[in-house]
Design a protein around this ligand. Structure first.
Ligand SMILES: [Cu+2]
Length: 255
């Protein structure tokens, strides 16, 4: 018993050393976003003046970029990508402040890693609202104008997913997983949704859903940040079984 314990500790230490020196898990992955993912700003209050992303590896500035897009897919950054922080793993662009108004903004980034030569890309969103916009959203919700609802069966699991009110900007996403007998699944550890808009070169935008009950997960956010066709992938991680994956396309109409 004691020997097994010691071996366990030793292998843990060895893995730890490997991990920090050679970066086994590789690639420049985002560690933090500022402003943070899915944050909401009031138009009449302090708005962000720049976007800063910290990565796990050093971006090569000749190739890497951060683009900030308004809801009409127009750039609102000043095209001044530069490396910040002493370890050179941070990158920033400033925002063209007069161009900011209410709406959903997409931050799309690409990094060529100086450390392992690999390219990674992704997107995230933040929202600027004003009071009249909030009122409009409430009215739409009251009317229950649009709900996108789909059901499918994968690996004997009944998967149901719902998007309300199906608009550009903030939506609520609900994923429900049940077994063959329509009992809610209790072995789900995590549900993730990934959103990509290939025409606008956006994505993947990753959303982690919150557990609302056994087999029911939900998140609210502006992940569908522009109109047009989106590819959405749902992944449910289960204990003791393979992940469940389901991809679908959805068309977001003009407001
Ligand atoms: Cu890599």
């Amino acid at each position: 018993m004691r020997i097994i314990f010691i071996i366990g500790i030793l292998s843990f230490l060895v893995l730890g050393v490997l991990n920090s020196s050679t970066n086994v898990f590789g690639h420049a992955n985002p560690i933090s976003y500022n402003p943070s993912s899915n944050s909401i700003f009031q138009l009449d209050q302090l708005l962000p003046t720049n976007i800063t992303i910290l990565y796990s590896e050093r971006p090569e500035p000749k190739v890497s970029y951060i683009h900030v897009l308004n809801p009409f897919n127009e750039r609102v950054d000043n095209n001044d990508f530069k490396i910040v922080t002493q370890n050179q793993r941070g990158a920033t662009v400033t925002l063209n402040s007069p161009k900011l108004s209410n709406g959903t903004y997409t931050v799309s980034w690409l990094v060529l890693s100086k450390d392992d030569g690999h390219i990674t890309k992704g997107s995230y969103v933040f929202t600027i609202t004003d009071k009249s916009e909030t009122t409009k959203t409430t009215t739409t919700k009251d009317k229950e104008a649009n709900t996108f609802l789909q059901r499918t069966v994968i690996d004997n699991v009944n998967l149901e997913y719902k998007i309300t009110p199906l608009q550009v900007g903030i939506n609520t996403f609900i994923v429900a997983l049940k077994d063959e007998n329509n009992k809610s699944l209790s072995n789900i550890n995590n549900v993730i949704m990934q959103f990509s808009n290939q025409n606008q070169n956006i994505g993947p935008i990753i959303a982690n859903l919150k557990k609302m009950g056994n087999g029911v997960y939900s998140v609210t956010g502006a992940y569908l940040s522009q109109e047009g066709e989106w590819n959405v992938k749902i992944t449910a991680q289960r204990s003791g079984q393979y992940d469940l994956n389901h991809s679908f396309k959805i068309s977001i109409p003009t407001k």
